[in-house]
Write a protein that binds this ligand. Structure first.
Ligand SMILES: NC(=O)C1=CN([C@@H]2O[C@H](COP(=O)(O)OP(=O)(O)OC[C@H]3O[C@@H](n4cnc5c(N)ncnc54)[C@H](OP(=O)(O)O)[C@@H]3O)[C@@H](O)[C@H]2O)C=CC1
Ligand SMILES: CC1=C(/C=C/C(C)=C/C=C/C(C)=C/C=O)C(C)(C)CCC1
Length: 337
């Protein structure tokens, strides 16, 4: 655990970033942080254009402008029955890919598959059982997938849990680290050969801004010595980013043609807040500022689709900022004119 004052500073930074996700000053300093992290002279915004038709909610919401089509491509999206994952799967299906909805609740997912088929006209939307809180389920999913598919071009590790009461996965891992990181870690490794055979191929890990409060406590990985549900989420999201960086490094070194990206989707209205009454209340109160799942899916789509991103394998991408209060006031007053 780092020193107290450092944690305090990081908490303040984190909360400020949340509070002012879109305010001009904070936003530019945030952008700089990202530039530094990526070792670039600019932020990763090429291909993410400003969304003009949703001024009320998202003055500066980014939209993935890639026109890449995906006929013949095979995609797996975890946690695709709701929220960001559902919207991501829908767009990939719209572009012609065969999309596997890898979900723990097969009944819910079947309904979503039918909905996506109807909306996109793409019948190749398939449901497969995947419970990331159980390594047996992960292995069973991978086994069946490897038997039935020759290729895997895009793996989107999207599923996640946040702020659940202390609980363990079937294998005894603390739930946040178990589902959000270890489950996806195992899944990715089981599918890695297929990704390599299908190169150029991509792994997209949906992390969060919350990683800034994360720490990897090797002496307390399962939260048995101390546990705080919000921080447990943050730790798991940091693990997503570290995994992305290390996997990218190894894949680059082996010249595999598989690239890996992590991202923060923005603050998005979804079922993620189901375990926290406070967060549900904040979500409700600020619903006019928070992204829709469709908007929240744009950064995942950007990482999955944008051409020429290979050199940035291992980088962390940030969804275009949610509308900040300053922008809101400006939008509000100009609307009145
Ligand atoms: N919403 C936000 O503001 C933010 C979200 N994120 C990240 O975005 C990702 C998507 O979240 P979001 O769409 O908002 O949340 P939702 O809660 O709406 O969706 C989460 C998905 O993960 C699935 N899931 C949960 N546990 C498991 C499991 N054990 N096995 C398989 N699937 C599981 C859920 O399935 P089921 O429906 O069966 O529970 C659901 O499909 C997450 O990784 C989250 O951390 C990051 C930053 C901000
Ligand atoms: C207070 C407040 C906000 C709170 C944001 C929060 C609490 C974001 C949490 C994000 C999470 C949990 C991400 C998950 O990975 C908004 C909506 C920016 C609007 C301005 C006021």
């Amino acid at each position: 655990m780092g020193a107290g004052p450092e944690l305090d500073f990081r908490s303040c930074l984190f909360l400020s970033c949340w509070l002012g996700e879109g305010t001009a000053g904070l936003r530019s300093s945030w952008v700089l942080l990202e530039e530094k992290r990526n070792g670039l002279g600019k932020t990763e915004r090429g291909g993410l254009s400003e969304e003009k038709d949703t001024r009320w909610k998202m003055l500066s919401s980014g939209v993935c402008t890639s026109t890449v089509q995906l006929p013949g491509k095979v995609v797996v999206v975890t946690g695709a029955n709701t929220g960001i994952g559902k919207e991501t799967a829908k767009e990939l299906a719209r572009r012609g890919a065969r999309v596997y909805l890898a979900c723990r609740d097969v009944q819910k997912a079947e309904l979503v598959a039918r909905e996506i088929q109807m909306m996109t006209g793409n019948q190749q939307v398939l449901v497969r059982k995947l419970d990331l809180a159980d390594t047996k389920s992960i292995r069973a999913f991978a086994k069946r997938f490897l038997e039935e598919e020759k290729h895997l071009h895009i793996l989107i590790n999207n599923a996640g849990v946040m702020m659940c009461p202390y609980s363990k996965t079937a294998d005894g891992f603390e739930m946040h680290i178990g589902v959000n990181h270890l489950g996806h870690f195992l899944l990715t490794h089981l599918l890695l050969e297929k990704l390599k055979e299908s190169a150029p191929s991509r792994v997209v890990n949906v992390s969060s801004l919350a990683h800034h409060l994360g720490r990897i406590h090797f002496h307390n990985l399962q939260g048995e010595k101390f546990y705080q549900s919000g921080l447990a989420y943050c730790h798991s999201k940091l693990a997503n980013i570290l995994f992305t960086q290390e996997l990218a490094r190894r894949l680059k070194a082996s010249g595999s043609g598989v690239t890996v990206y992590s991202l923060h989707p923005g603050t998005v209205s979804s079922e993620l807040v189901r375990h926290s009454a406070l967060m549900r209340w904040i979500w409700w109160l600020f619903s006019f500022l928070i992204k829709t799942p469709h908007q929240g899916a744009q950064t995942s789509l950007y990482c999955a689709l944008t051409e020429g991103l290979e050199a940035l394998s291992g980088s962390h991408f940030r969804g275009a900022a949610a509308l900040g209060l300053l922008c809101y006031v400006q939008a509000f007053s100009s609307c009145g004119k």
